[in-house]
Design a protein around this ligand. Structure first.
Ligand SMILES: *[C@@H]1O[C@H](CO)[C@@H](O)[C@H](O)[C@H]1NC(C)=O
Ligand SMILES: *[C@@H]1O[C@H](CO)[C@@H](O)[C@H](O)[C@H]1NC(C)=O
Ligand SMILES: *[C@@H]1O[C@H](CO)[C@@H](O)[C@H](O)[C@H]1NC(C)=O
Ligand SMILES: *[C@@H]1O[C@H](CO)[C@@H](O)[C@H](O)[C@H]1NC(C)=O
Ligand SMILES: *[C@@H]1O[C@H](CO)[C@@H](O)[C@H](O)[C@H]1NC(C)=O
Length: 432
Protein backbone atom coordinates (compact mmCIF):
# COMPACT_ATOMS: atom_id res chain seq x y z
CA UNK A 1 0.00 0.00 0.00
CA UNK A 2 1.39 3.41 -0.93
CA UNK A 3 1.59 5.88 1.88
CA UNK A 4 -0.70 8.88 1.49
CA UNK A 5 1.40 12.04 1.59
CA UNK A 6 0.87 13.91 4.83
CA UNK A 7 -0.27 17.14 3.13
CA UNK A 8 -3.09 15.36 1.32
CA UNK A 9 -4.46 13.86 4.52
CA UNK A 10 -4.06 17.18 6.20
CA UNK A 11 -5.99 19.14 3.55
CA UNK A 12 -8.63 16.41 3.43
CA UNK A 13 -9.12 16.82 7.17
CA UNK A 14 -9.34 20.59 6.79
CA UNK A 15 -11.79 20.31 3.92
CA UNK A 16 -13.89 17.87 5.86
CA UNK A 17 -13.89 20.13 8.88
CA UNK A 18 -14.74 23.05 6.66
CA UNK A 19 -17.74 21.26 5.24
CA UNK A 20 -18.94 20.28 8.69
CA UNK A 21 -18.63 23.76 10.06
CA UNK A 22 -20.07 25.51 7.02
CA UNK A 23 -22.99 23.40 6.05
CA UNK A 24 -25.40 24.89 3.57
CA UNK A 25 -27.24 27.20 5.93
CA UNK A 26 -24.10 28.90 7.23
CA UNK A 27 -22.79 29.52 3.76
CA UNK A 28 -25.87 30.64 2.11
CA UNK A 29 -27.30 32.69 -0.69
CA UNK A 30 -30.59 33.28 1.08
CA UNK A 31 -29.94 34.42 4.62
CA UNK A 32 -31.49 37.86 4.75
CA UNK A 33 -31.27 40.31 7.58
CA UNK A 34 -34.71 40.63 9.11
CA UNK A 35 -34.70 44.34 8.37
CA UNK A 36 -33.97 44.07 4.65
CA UNK A 37 -36.76 45.18 2.36
CA UNK A 38 -37.33 45.42 -1.38
CA UNK A 39 -38.16 48.64 -3.18
CA UNK A 40 -41.16 47.60 -5.21
CA UNK A 41 -43.07 50.83 -5.91
CA UNK A 42 -42.17 54.27 -7.27
CA UNK A 43 -42.41 55.76 -3.78
CA UNK A 44 -39.63 53.44 -2.55
CA UNK A 45 -37.44 54.49 -5.45
CA UNK A 46 -37.95 58.26 -5.23
CA UNK A 47 -34.47 59.00 -3.84
CA UNK A 48 -32.95 56.67 -6.44
CA UNK A 49 -34.74 58.55 -9.24
CA UNK A 50 -33.60 61.89 -7.93
CA UNK A 51 -29.94 61.10 -7.34
CA UNK A 52 -29.42 59.35 -10.66
CA UNK A 53 -32.07 59.99 -13.30
CA UNK A 54 -32.55 63.53 -12.03
CA UNK A 55 -28.84 64.20 -12.40
CA UNK A 56 -28.80 62.80 -15.94
CA UNK A 57 -31.68 65.05 -16.98
CA UNK A 58 -30.08 68.31 -15.86
CA UNK A 59 -28.06 68.66 -19.07
CA UNK A 60 -31.19 68.22 -21.21
CA UNK A 61 -33.33 70.58 -19.16
CA UNK A 62 -30.60 73.23 -19.47
CA UNK A 63 -30.32 72.63 -23.21
CA UNK A 64 -34.05 73.01 -23.57
CA UNK A 65 -33.93 76.30 -21.65
CA UNK A 66 -31.05 77.54 -23.77
CA UNK A 67 -32.82 76.85 -27.08
CA UNK A 68 -36.07 78.19 -25.64
CA UNK A 69 -38.27 75.22 -26.48
CA UNK A 70 -38.86 71.56 -25.81
CA UNK A 71 -37.40 68.86 -28.06
CA UNK A 72 -39.27 67.82 -31.19
CA UNK A 73 -39.55 64.93 -33.59
CA UNK A 74 -37.12 66.81 -35.88
CA UNK A 75 -34.45 66.80 -33.15
CA UNK A 76 -34.97 63.10 -32.62
CA UNK A 77 -34.81 62.33 -36.33
CA UNK A 78 -31.68 64.47 -36.76
CA UNK A 79 -30.05 62.53 -33.92
CA UNK A 80 -31.15 59.21 -35.32
CA UNK A 81 -29.82 60.02 -38.79
CA UNK A 82 -26.46 60.98 -37.28
CA UNK A 83 -26.21 57.86 -35.12
CA UNK A 84 -27.14 55.02 -37.48
CA UNK A 85 -23.42 54.43 -38.16
CA UNK A 86 -23.21 52.67 -34.81
CA UNK A 87 -23.66 48.89 -34.88
CA UNK A 88 -24.84 49.15 -31.26
CA UNK A 89 -27.79 51.45 -31.79
CA UNK A 90 -31.37 50.39 -31.26
CA UNK A 91 -34.69 52.21 -31.05
CA UNK A 92 -37.22 51.15 -28.48
CA UNK A 93 -40.79 52.12 -29.25
CA UNK A 94 -43.75 51.80 -26.94
CA UNK A 95 -47.10 52.34 -28.55
CA UNK A 96 -50.40 51.65 -26.88
CA UNK A 97 -48.86 49.03 -24.63
CA UNK A 98 -46.83 47.16 -27.20
CA UNK A 99 -43.07 47.37 -26.80
CA UNK A 100 -41.06 47.05 -30.02
CA UNK A 101 -37.40 47.26 -30.82
CA UNK A 102 -36.02 48.42 -34.13
CA UNK A 103 -32.35 47.75 -34.83
CA UNK A 104 -30.01 48.13 -37.77
CA UNK A 105 -29.36 45.07 -39.90
CA UNK A 106 -25.71 45.11 -38.83
CA UNK A 107 -26.33 45.37 -35.08
CA UNK A 108 -23.96 43.23 -33.03
CA UNK A 109 -25.58 40.27 -31.34
CA UNK A 110 -24.75 41.28 -27.77
CA UNK A 111 -26.15 44.79 -28.27
CA UNK A 112 -29.28 43.18 -29.69
CA UNK A 113 -29.52 40.92 -26.64
CA UNK A 114 -29.18 43.90 -24.31
CA UNK A 115 -32.09 45.57 -26.05
CA UNK A 116 -34.31 42.53 -26.02
CA UNK A 117 -33.76 41.97 -22.27
CA UNK A 118 -34.87 45.52 -21.63
CA UNK A 119 -37.88 45.01 -23.88
CA UNK A 120 -38.84 41.85 -21.98
CA UNK A 121 -38.49 43.62 -18.63
CA UNK A 122 -40.91 46.34 -19.74
CA UNK A 123 -43.36 43.80 -21.08
CA UNK A 124 -43.22 41.95 -17.76
CA UNK A 125 -43.76 45.12 -15.76
CA UNK A 126 -46.77 45.85 -17.88
CA UNK A 127 -48.12 42.33 -17.49
CA UNK A 128 -47.89 42.94 -13.73
CA UNK A 129 -50.23 45.87 -14.08
CA UNK A 130 -48.00 48.94 -14.53
CA UNK A 131 -48.55 50.69 -17.84
CA UNK A 132 -45.61 52.00 -19.88
CA UNK A 133 -46.15 55.37 -21.58
CA UNK A 134 -45.81 55.70 -25.35
CA UNK A 135 -42.29 56.64 -26.37
CA UNK A 136 -39.49 56.50 -28.94
CA UNK A 137 -36.03 56.14 -27.38
CA UNK A 138 -32.59 55.79 -28.91
CA UNK A 139 -30.49 53.29 -26.99
CA UNK A 140 -26.75 52.82 -27.28
CA UNK A 141 -25.93 49.20 -26.42
CA UNK A 142 -22.17 49.66 -26.38
CA UNK A 143 -20.13 49.73 -23.17
CA UNK A 144 -18.85 53.24 -23.91
CA UNK A 145 -21.08 56.27 -24.38
CA UNK A 146 -21.61 57.64 -27.84
CA UNK A 147 -22.44 61.38 -27.74
CA UNK A 148 -18.91 62.58 -27.00
CA UNK A 149 -17.71 60.83 -30.15
CA UNK A 150 -20.20 62.88 -32.17
CA UNK A 151 -19.22 66.14 -30.43
CA UNK A 152 -22.50 66.11 -28.57
CA UNK A 153 -26.07 64.96 -29.16
CA UNK A 154 -29.06 67.09 -30.16
CA UNK A 155 -31.61 64.79 -28.54
CA UNK A 156 -31.14 62.51 -25.54
CA UNK A 157 -29.70 59.01 -26.06
CA UNK A 158 -29.83 56.28 -23.44
CA UNK A 159 -26.80 54.21 -22.48
CA UNK A 160 -25.48 51.89 -19.73
CA UNK A 161 -22.15 53.37 -18.59
CA UNK A 162 -20.94 56.95 -18.54
CA UNK A 163 -18.58 59.38 -16.83
CA UNK A 164 -19.72 61.97 -14.33
CA UNK A 165 -17.31 64.47 -12.90
CA UNK A 166 -16.58 64.28 -9.24
CA UNK A 167 -18.53 67.10 -7.68
CA UNK A 168 -19.41 65.15 -4.60
CA UNK A 169 -16.96 67.00 -2.35
CA UNK A 170 -19.01 67.13 0.79
CA UNK A 171 -20.80 63.81 0.41
CA UNK A 172 -17.53 61.88 0.71
CA UNK A 173 -16.97 63.68 3.99
CA UNK A 174 -18.54 60.80 5.83
CA UNK A 175 -15.64 58.55 4.97
CA UNK A 176 -13.13 61.34 5.57
CA UNK A 177 -14.65 62.12 8.94
CA UNK A 178 -14.34 58.53 9.88
CA UNK A 179 -10.68 58.55 8.95
CA UNK A 180 -10.18 61.68 11.04
CA UNK A 181 -10.70 59.57 14.14
CA UNK A 182 -7.24 58.23 13.50
CA UNK A 183 -5.23 61.26 14.46
CA UNK A 184 -1.97 59.69 13.40
CA UNK A 185 -2.77 60.35 9.77
CA UNK A 186 -4.45 63.07 7.82
CA UNK A 187 -7.91 62.50 6.42
CA UNK A 188 -6.57 62.80 2.89
CA UNK A 189 -4.61 59.59 3.34
CA UNK A 190 -7.81 57.69 3.80
CA UNK A 191 -9.05 58.36 0.31
CA UNK A 192 -5.92 59.79 -1.26
CA UNK A 193 -5.85 62.86 -3.42
CA UNK A 194 -7.85 62.83 -6.57
CA UNK A 195 -7.26 64.90 -9.66
CA UNK A 196 -8.97 63.88 -12.81
CA UNK A 197 -10.19 66.01 -15.63
CA UNK A 198 -13.77 67.16 -15.17
CA UNK A 199 -15.82 65.40 -17.76
CA UNK A 200 -19.48 64.58 -18.10
CA UNK A 201 -21.17 62.37 -20.64
CA UNK A 202 -24.63 63.61 -21.53
CA UNK A 203 -26.45 60.31 -21.98
CA UNK A 204 -29.28 59.16 -19.72
CA UNK A 205 -28.38 55.93 -17.96
CA UNK A 206 -30.58 52.85 -17.88
CA UNK A 207 -30.21 49.69 -15.79
CA UNK A 208 -28.39 46.68 -17.18
CA UNK A 209 -30.90 43.86 -17.65
CA UNK A 210 -28.17 41.33 -18.42
CA UNK A 211 -27.38 41.23 -14.74
CA UNK A 212 -29.26 39.21 -12.26
CA UNK A 213 -27.94 40.36 -8.92
CA UNK A 214 -30.96 39.15 -7.04
CA UNK A 215 -28.99 36.72 -4.88
CA UNK A 216 -27.17 37.56 -1.69
CA UNK A 217 -24.09 35.70 -0.51
CA UNK A 218 -23.28 35.21 3.12
CA UNK A 219 -20.37 33.75 5.03
CA UNK A 220 -20.03 34.04 8.83
CA UNK A 221 -18.39 37.41 9.41
CA UNK A 222 -16.14 36.29 12.26
CA UNK A 223 -14.66 33.50 10.12
CA UNK A 224 -13.80 35.60 7.10
CA UNK A 225 -10.19 36.28 6.11
CA UNK A 226 -9.29 39.73 7.34
CA UNK A 227 -7.93 40.70 3.93
CA UNK A 228 -9.05 41.99 0.54
CA UNK A 229 -9.70 39.97 -2.60
CA UNK A 230 -9.47 41.16 -6.19
CA UNK A 231 -10.07 38.97 -9.20
CA UNK A 232 -10.54 40.52 -12.60
CA UNK A 233 -9.75 40.34 -16.28
CA UNK A 234 -7.50 42.61 -18.23
CA UNK A 235 -9.67 43.85 -21.09
CA UNK A 236 -8.12 44.56 -24.48
CA UNK A 237 -7.85 48.24 -23.58
CA UNK A 238 -6.10 47.68 -20.22
CA UNK A 239 -2.36 47.69 -19.72
CA UNK A 240 0.21 47.90 -16.96
CA UNK A 241 -1.18 51.26 -15.83
CA UNK A 242 -4.62 49.78 -15.07
CA UNK A 243 -5.50 49.47 -11.43
CA UNK A 244 -6.09 45.72 -11.77
CA UNK A 245 -2.53 45.25 -12.95
CA UNK A 246 -1.15 47.67 -10.38
CA UNK A 247 -3.00 46.01 -7.49
CA UNK A 248 -1.84 42.57 -8.61
CA UNK A 249 1.73 43.84 -8.65
CA UNK A 250 1.28 45.55 -5.31
CA UNK A 251 0.00 42.39 -3.61
CA UNK A 252 3.32 40.71 -4.45
CA UNK A 253 5.42 43.63 -3.26
CA UNK A 254 6.01 42.57 0.34
CA UNK A 255 4.83 39.98 2.81
CA UNK A 256 2.73 42.63 4.56
CA UNK A 257 1.08 43.43 1.22
CA UNK A 258 0.32 39.83 0.38
CA UNK A 259 -1.20 39.31 3.84
CA UNK A 260 -3.59 42.22 3.31
CA UNK A 261 -4.29 41.85 -0.37
CA UNK A 262 -4.91 38.84 -2.60
CA UNK A 263 -5.08 40.35 -6.07
CA UNK A 264 -4.62 38.73 -9.44
CA UNK A 265 -5.66 38.61 -13.06
CA UNK A 266 -7.93 35.77 -14.12
CA UNK A 267 -7.89 36.40 -17.83
CA UNK A 268 -5.72 38.55 -20.08
CA UNK A 269 -7.53 39.85 -23.16
CA UNK A 270 -4.82 42.36 -24.06
CA UNK A 271 -2.87 40.62 -26.81
CA UNK A 272 -0.16 43.30 -26.78
CA UNK A 273 0.70 42.58 -23.17
CA UNK A 274 2.69 39.61 -21.95
CA UNK A 275 1.38 39.12 -18.45
CA UNK A 276 3.90 37.79 -15.89
CA UNK A 277 2.75 34.36 -14.65
CA UNK A 278 2.93 35.42 -11.01
CA UNK A 279 0.14 37.98 -11.55
CA UNK A 280 -2.31 35.32 -12.75
CA UNK A 281 -4.79 33.83 -10.28
CA UNK A 282 -7.66 31.37 -10.39
CA UNK A 283 -11.22 32.56 -10.76
CA UNK A 284 -13.07 32.83 -7.43
CA UNK A 285 -16.85 32.48 -7.62
CA UNK A 286 -19.06 34.71 -5.54
CA UNK A 287 -19.83 32.22 -2.78
CA UNK A 288 -16.10 31.58 -2.26
CA UNK A 289 -15.34 35.29 -2.50
CA UNK A 290 -17.66 35.79 0.46
CA UNK A 291 -14.88 34.28 2.61
CA UNK A 292 -12.93 37.54 2.29
CA UNK A 293 -13.98 40.41 4.53
CA UNK A 294 -13.07 42.97 1.84
CA UNK A 295 -13.86 42.72 -1.86
CA UNK A 296 -12.26 45.04 -4.39
CA UNK A 297 -14.07 46.55 -7.35
CA UNK A 298 -12.04 48.34 -10.01
CA UNK A 299 -12.93 49.75 -13.40
CA UNK A 300 -12.50 47.47 -16.37
CA UNK A 301 -12.90 48.95 -19.82
CA UNK A 302 -15.46 51.29 -18.17
CA UNK A 303 -17.24 50.87 -14.84
CA UNK A 304 -17.23 47.27 -13.66
CA UNK A 305 -20.75 45.86 -13.72
CA UNK A 306 -19.59 43.44 -11.02
CA UNK A 307 -20.04 46.13 -8.39
CA UNK A 308 -23.73 45.33 -7.95
CA UNK A 309 -22.86 41.68 -7.49
CA UNK A 310 -20.14 42.36 -4.90
CA UNK A 311 -22.52 44.53 -2.90
CA UNK A 312 -24.74 41.48 -2.47
CA UNK A 313 -22.05 39.77 -0.36
CA UNK A 314 -21.85 40.39 3.39
CA UNK A 315 -18.33 41.80 2.97
CA UNK A 316 -17.13 45.38 2.66
CA UNK A 317 -16.79 46.51 -0.94
CA UNK A 318 -13.70 48.61 -1.64
CA UNK A 319 -14.40 50.54 -4.80
CA UNK A 320 -11.80 52.35 -6.80
CA UNK A 321 -12.50 56.07 -7.09
CA UNK A 322 -13.56 56.70 -10.65
CA UNK A 323 -15.58 58.88 -13.01
CA UNK A 324 -17.35 55.86 -14.51
CA UNK A 325 -20.83 55.11 -13.23
CA UNK A 326 -23.80 52.86 -13.88
CA UNK A 327 -27.26 54.23 -13.27
CA UNK A 328 -27.35 53.56 -9.50
CA UNK A 329 -23.87 54.61 -8.29
CA UNK A 330 -24.90 58.13 -7.34
CA UNK A 331 -27.13 56.70 -4.62
CA UNK A 332 -24.13 55.11 -2.92
CA UNK A 333 -22.05 57.00 -0.38
CA UNK A 334 -18.44 56.13 0.40
CA UNK A 335 -18.23 55.30 4.07
CA UNK A 336 -21.84 54.16 4.15
CA UNK A 337 -22.45 51.28 1.72
CA UNK A 338 -18.81 50.86 0.60
CA UNK A 339 -15.33 52.34 1.01
CA UNK A 340 -13.50 54.21 -1.67
CA UNK A 341 -9.81 53.78 -2.45
CA UNK A 342 -7.05 54.73 -4.83
CA UNK A 343 -4.21 52.39 -5.66
CA UNK A 344 -1.33 54.37 -4.10
CA UNK A 345 -3.02 54.46 -0.68
CA UNK A 346 -4.84 51.13 -0.66
CA UNK A 347 -2.39 49.31 1.65
CA UNK A 348 -2.62 52.11 4.19
CA UNK A 349 -6.40 51.88 4.04
CA UNK A 350 -6.33 48.08 4.40
CA UNK A 351 -4.00 48.33 7.35
CA UNK A 352 -6.49 50.65 9.02
CA UNK A 353 -9.69 48.78 8.30
CA UNK A 354 -8.36 45.34 9.21
CA UNK A 355 -7.74 46.68 12.71
CA UNK A 356 -10.12 44.80 15.08
CA UNK A 357 -11.12 48.16 16.58
CA UNK A 358 -12.91 48.85 13.31
CA UNK A 359 -14.71 45.56 13.19
CA UNK A 360 -18.23 46.69 14.06
CA UNK A 361 -17.94 49.70 11.76
CA UNK A 362 -16.85 47.43 8.89
CA UNK A 363 -19.65 45.05 9.63
CA UNK A 364 -22.24 47.77 9.36
CA UNK A 365 -20.82 48.97 6.04
CA UNK A 366 -21.02 45.41 4.72
CA UNK A 367 -24.62 45.16 5.89
CA UNK A 368 -25.60 48.52 4.40
CA UNK A 369 -24.06 47.55 1.05
CA UNK A 370 -25.87 44.25 1.07
CA UNK A 371 -29.14 45.89 1.92
CA UNK A 372 -28.69 48.38 -0.91
CA UNK A 373 -28.17 45.53 -3.35
CA UNK A 374 -31.18 43.66 -2.02
CA UNK A 375 -33.40 46.70 -2.01
CA UNK A 376 -32.59 48.28 -5.35
CA UNK A 377 -30.80 45.97 -7.77
CA UNK A 378 -33.54 43.42 -8.44
CA UNK A 379 -35.52 43.07 -11.66
CA UNK A 380 -38.67 44.92 -10.65
CA UNK A 381 -36.82 47.95 -9.29
CA UNK A 382 -34.82 48.12 -12.52
CA UNK A 383 -37.96 47.92 -14.65
CA UNK A 384 -39.61 50.66 -12.58
CA UNK A 385 -36.50 52.82 -12.94
CA UNK A 386 -36.64 52.37 -16.72
CA UNK A 387 -40.31 53.31 -16.79
CA UNK A 388 -39.59 56.41 -14.74
CA UNK A 389 -36.78 57.33 -17.15
CA UNK A 390 -39.28 57.07 -20.02
CA UNK A 391 -41.83 59.26 -18.19
CA UNK A 392 -39.32 62.00 -17.47
CA UNK A 393 -37.66 61.76 -20.89
CA UNK A 394 -41.05 62.16 -22.55
CA UNK A 395 -41.57 65.38 -20.63
CA UNK A 396 -38.54 66.85 -22.41
CA UNK A 397 -40.49 66.62 -25.69
CA UNK A 398 -43.23 68.82 -27.04
CA UNK A 399 -45.70 66.03 -27.56
CA UNK A 400 -44.33 62.54 -27.40
CA UNK A 401 -47.75 60.93 -27.50
CA UNK A 402 -48.67 62.70 -30.72
CA UNK A 403 -45.32 61.72 -32.27
CA UNK A 404 -45.81 58.06 -31.45
CA UNK A 405 -49.41 58.21 -32.64
CA UNK A 406 -48.13 58.96 -36.13
CA UNK A 407 -46.01 55.82 -36.29
CA UNK A 408 -47.20 52.69 -38.04
CA UNK A 409 -47.98 49.64 -35.96
CA UNK A 410 -44.57 48.04 -35.49
CA UNK A 411 -45.34 44.92 -33.55
CA UNK A 412 -45.29 42.39 -36.36
CA UNK A 413 -43.74 44.43 -39.12
CA UNK A 414 -40.07 43.45 -38.64
CA UNK A 415 -39.19 46.98 -39.73
CA UNK A 416 -35.47 47.78 -39.96
CA UNK A 417 -33.78 50.87 -38.62
CA UNK A 418 -33.18 52.26 -42.10
CA UNK A 419 -36.90 52.11 -42.91
CA UNK A 420 -37.82 53.69 -39.60
CA UNK A 421 -35.42 56.59 -40.21
CA UNK A 422 -36.92 57.08 -43.66
CA UNK A 423 -40.44 56.94 -42.30
CA UNK A 424 -39.74 59.43 -39.51
CA UNK A 425 -37.91 61.81 -41.87
CA UNK A 426 -40.94 61.85 -44.14
CA UNK A 427 -43.10 62.68 -41.14
CA UNK A 428 -40.93 65.67 -40.20
CA UNK A 429 -41.07 67.00 -43.76
CA UNK A 430 -44.77 66.30 -44.14
CA UNK A 431 -46.01 67.62 -40.83
CA UNK A 432 -44.96 69.50 -37.69
C1 LIG B 1 -33.85 46.32 12.82
O1 LIG B 1 -34.71 47.41 13.06
C2 LIG B 1 -35.05 47.62 14.42
C3 LIG B 1 -36.08 48.71 14.51
O2 LIG B 1 -35.81 49.75 13.59
C4 LIG B 1 -33.76 47.96 15.20
O3 LIG B 1 -34.05 48.14 16.56
C5 LIG B 1 -32.77 46.82 15.02
O4 LIG B 1 -31.54 47.16 15.62
C6 LIG B 1 -32.52 46.53 13.56
N1 LIG B 1 -31.70 45.35 13.41
C7 LIG B 1 -30.58 45.33 12.71
C8 LIG B 1 -29.87 44.04 12.68
O5 LIG B 1 -30.19 46.32 12.10
C1 LIG C 1 -54.81 49.98 -27.67
O1 LIG C 1 -54.78 48.68 -27.09
C2 LIG C 1 -56.02 48.25 -26.58
C3 LIG C 1 -55.85 46.94 -25.84
O2 LIG C 1 -54.65 46.30 -26.18
C4 LIG C 1 -57.02 48.13 -27.74
O3 LIG C 1 -58.26 47.71 -27.23
C5 LIG C 1 -57.15 49.50 -28.41
O4 LIG C 1 -57.99 49.38 -29.53
C6 LIG C 1 -55.78 50.01 -28.82
N1 LIG C 1 -55.93 51.38 -29.29
C7 LIG C 1 -55.42 51.80 -30.44
C8 LIG C 1 -55.66 53.24 -30.77
O5 LIG C 1 -54.79 51.08 -31.19
C1 LIG D 1 -43.96 40.54 -11.84
O1 LIG D 1 -44.62 39.75 -10.85
C2 LIG D 1 -43.93 38.56 -10.51
C3 LIG D 1 -44.81 37.75 -9.57
O2 LIG D 1 -45.20 38.53 -8.48
C4 LIG D 1 -42.59 38.92 -9.88
O3 LIG D 1 -41.87 37.77 -9.54
C5 LIG D 1 -41.78 39.76 -10.87
O4 LIG D 1 -40.57 40.19 -10.26
C6 LIG D 1 -42.58 40.97 -11.32
N1 LIG D 1 -41.81 41.66 -12.33
C7 LIG D 1 -41.88 42.96 -12.51
C8 LIG D 1 -41.00 43.53 -13.56
O5 LIG D 1 -42.63 43.68 -11.87
C1 LIG E 1 -24.24 44.27 -18.22
O1 LIG E 1 -24.00 43.21 -17.35
C2 LIG E 1 -23.35 42.10 -17.93
C3 LIG E 1 -23.25 41.04 -16.88
O2 LIG E 1 -22.50 41.48 -15.80
C4 LIG E 1 -21.99 42.53 -18.47
O3 LIG E 1 -21.36 41.43 -19.13
C5 LIG E 1 -22.16 43.67 -19.44
O4 LIG E 1 -20.89 44.14 -19.86
C6 LIG E 1 -22.92 44.79 -18.76
N1 LIG E 1 -23.07 45.95 -19.61
C7 LIG E 1 -23.90 46.09 -20.63
C8 LIG E 1 -23.80 47.37 -21.40
O5 LIG E 1 -24.69 45.23 -20.95
C1 LIG F 1 -14.74 27.18 -3.92
O1 LIG F 1 -13.38 26.84 -3.75
C2 LIG F 1 -13.13 25.45 -3.64
C3 LIG F 1 -11.67 25.26 -3.32
O2 LIG F 1 -10.86 25.94 -4.23
C4 LIG F 1 -13.55 24.76 -4.95
O3 LIG F 1 -13.36 23.37 -4.84
C5 LIG F 1 -15.04 25.06 -5.19
O4 LIG F 1 -15.41 24.51 -6.45
C6 LIG F 1 -15.30 26.55 -5.19
N1 LIG F 1 -16.73 26.77 -5.28
C7 LIG F 1 -17.27 27.59 -6.16
C8 LIG F 1 -18.76 27.68 -6.13
O5 LIG F 1 -16.62 28.24 -6.96
Amino acid sequence: MTAIPAFITFSAVILNLFCQVYSSDAWSTHAIDANFSRASEDADLESMYQANLGADLIHWKHTSQRIGRKFTLSDLVWQLQHTTWSPYLGVLIVKNGSVSRVVSSNILLFAQNRMSRMQRALIELQANGTSIPDTIMLINGEDVPICYRMHGCKAPIFTLFKRVSDKRGSSSSEQKLDCDHDRAESSVDCVGSYHQEEFEDTEILLPNFSQDWGHLHNFPWQDKYSAALLRGSLQHSMGVESSRYQLSLLSQGSSQASTLLDAGIVWNRNRQLKLPKNLMRNFVGMSNASRWRFLISTDGHTASSRLGHLLGVNSVVLKEKSLWVEYFYRSLKPGKEYLEFEVPSVLKLLDKITNPKRDSQMRSIALAGQHFSYRYLHARAKALYTRQAILQYNMLFEDMEEMVGRLPNLQQSGIKLRDLVGYLSDLTIGGM
